[in-house]
Each structure stands twice: as C-alpha cells, then as structure tokens.
Design a protein around this ligand. Structure first.
Ligand code: SF4
Length: 343
C-alpha cells in the first residue's frame, strides 16, 4: 500500500510543502493546520471551508494519523483510558483526567512501548521494552484524545508507559509541537523520570520551562534499589545532588513523586528520612496512593499511614499533595490494557 502523507505532527512549513507539491496554495495548508491543531477534526470531510477538490486530494494522498484508538474505558469518576494501536501493531496508552479545577483537563501520555527500567511495582515494566515511540506517535495521542472527546487538553504529563528521558529527542520535539501548535503552555507540561542523571543534566542545559517530576518512591538508597533497579546505577545521594544543581540552574522547583505502598515505604521512619533527604531540594511532594490490584503483591497503605506521612513531610516545610485515586474501577495501573492486548 502506498505510504500516505501523515498530517498530525507536521509543522506549517511541512504542510505548505505538501500542499504546494499537490497544486494547492499555502493558504489551504494554513486552513488544514488550523483544523488539525486548533480544532482536532476527525476527518478531512469535517474541514468544511476547504473546497471538495482539496478534501478529495487529502483523502487520496494523506492521512490524519497513523495511530488509532483501539479501546477506550471510562471510569465512574470521568477518567478516560485510551489504548492506541500503532502502525506496527503494538500498543500505547494514555489517560485523560479532570482534576478539581473543572477547567483543567490533564492527559497522561506514553513515550515508549513497554519500558526497560523494571520498577517492581509497575505493570508496564512487566511488558519489557519494545521500542521508543516516534515523535508523531507521541503527538498523535493528544490529537486523538481531543478529536475523540471534542475537548481541549490543557495540561500534559509524560507519565504514561516508558521512561521519557530515554526517548530524549522525541520528548523535546513533541513538547515544542505541543507548545507551538496545540498552544499548550510550557508550564502546563510535566515530564516524569525515574532518575537518569546524565539526561537530567542535559535538560538543565536546555532552557527547559516545563516541570520535572522525579519518581523517587523511597527514602534512601537501600529501599530505592529494592524497588527501582535504576538506583543501582544512579545512586540516591548523587541523584538528589543532581536535582539540586538542576533547580539552581533552571530556577524551577521539581516535583518529588512518591508512591506509598504498605509496609514498603510508608512508615513514620520512612517519612522522616525522606524529609531529611529532600530538605535542601527546592521541591513539592506528590504522594500517590498505590493502586492495589490482584496482579501485584503490593498493598495500599492505611488512611492513617497516609495522613501521618503527609503530616511529617509538611511539618518539615514541604508543600504536599496526595494524588487522588483516579479510574480505580477501570484498569488500575498504567500498562494493564497493553498487557491484556498482548495476550
Ligand atoms: S514506573 Fe515508569 S520508569 Fe518505572 S518501569 Fe514503570 S514506566 Fe518504566
């Protein structure tokens, strides 16, 4: 089958070149650009101010996306989980959440098929690593969510499947597209990493305006390396000092992500050690309550343990939020939909 020109992910100049090569004007390219990035239309026929001949040409020579929605689940709380099929038949996931501020719609997107980092509490890790997503495949997740729901995504978190900093160029390239074409502000974009020191240093050298979230998940080296193999390579203290350098260079606070798991990392002592470890790091803390599921032996902490943990961190001067459990009635953790499809 002839390879069609893929529209979503292209900049205006690329669209102009394509339209000119097909005897269409630059003005038509700008119309297509607006329909795609500002209105996220589902089909060329919805581009109603294009003449029929231009729409027919696009249908013949181009396609909006190579990614498609294979499955969608909607939770009682409104959270939506999308399973995308990629052009090689593999799968990636994204989640759309509405937080308390009703105007904000946050999409959590993937950067890899599977993940090589092996965190023991993570469903995606069990899939192993398949490949990095191409830049268009990252961008098309947001386009498809908007086209499917008719809603405008206001915030993006790179916290879906995969370690974003292992797909560095496509990560940075896609952020540029989200900022320039989808008009999502840099401050509304968060990139999460499990702690790859060289790449964090690389980010610090860029004028990185988005938020960096560090998946710390443990109060010390011993506990971290038990649940996150990356800690064997990049040690706890070195990671914290790298993050301190990062905040000094960028002037931006980092977010410390900490998933609370019963009898693993949720004790009073753990909270005190964590508070001490990040005392000098310009950071806010986001506590995530482990989403217990039958495929994992990890357990959700008690309400009392969560409150105590939060209280102790706040007493140390940190701003702490507890991430609300979202979509608990659909597939609990990231990676589970893909795992099901693989079977
Ligand atoms: S938690 Fe993130 S980095 Fe760790 S295995 Fe899962 S997807 Fe990869």
């Amino acid at each position: 089958m002839e390879n069609k020109f893929e529209i979503v992910g292209k900049n205006l100049n690329e669209l102009e070149q394509f339209m000119l090569a097909n005897d269409q004007s630059k003005f038509r390219a700008k119309q297509v650009y607006n329909w795609v990035y500002l209105k996220s239309v589902k089909a060329f026929d919805d581009m109603t101010d294009l003449p029929l001949s231009a729409r027919e040409l696009l249908k013949e020579k181009a396609q909006l996306c190579s990614v498609s929605i294979r499955d969608k689940q909607v939770s009682k709380d409104g959270t939506m989980k999308f399973l995308f099929e990629l052009k090689d038949g593999s799968f990636a996931e994204a989640v759309l959440m509405r937080f308390d501020n009703r105007a904000n719609l946050t999409a959590c997107i993937s950067t890899q098929v599977g993940c090589p980092m092996g965190c023991t509490f993570c469903a995606t890790a069990k899939l192993g690593f398949v490949r990095n997503l191409e830049i268009d495949e990252i961008i098309q997740q947001i386009f498809l969510i908007q086209a499917d729901t008719g809603l405008k995504v206001t915030n993006i978190v790179y916290m879906g499947q995969g370690e974003p900093l292992l797909n560095f160029d496509n990560l940075i390239g896609s952020i540029k597209v989200f900022r320039e074409h989808f008009q999502i502000g840099a401050r509304r974009i968060t990139v999460s990493t499990c702690g790859l020191i060289p790449q964090i240093n690389k980010l610090a050298e860029l004028d990185f305006q988005s938020t960096l979230a560090i998946s710390l998940h443990a109060p010390n080296q011993e506990k971290r390396q038990e649940i996150m193999p990356v800690a064997k390579k990049y040690k706890y203290d070195e990671l914290i000092s790298t993050l301190r350098k990062y905040t000094d260079t960028t002037g931006r606070r980092v977010t410390v992500e900490y998933v609370l798991m019963r009898d693993v990392n949720d004790s009073v002592d753990d909270a005190k050690q964590l508070a001490h470890a990040i005392a000098k790091l310009k950071s806010n803390v986001n506590l995530i309550v482990y989403n217990q599921n039958e495929k994992s032996s990890y357990k959700k902490p008690t309400k009392e343990a969560i409150q105590k943990f939060k209280y102790l961190l706040e007493a140390s001067g940190k701003k702490v939020t507890i991430r609300l459990e979202r979509g608990a009635d659909i597939d609990a953790a990231c990676g589970q939909l893909s795992a099901k499809m693989k079977k």
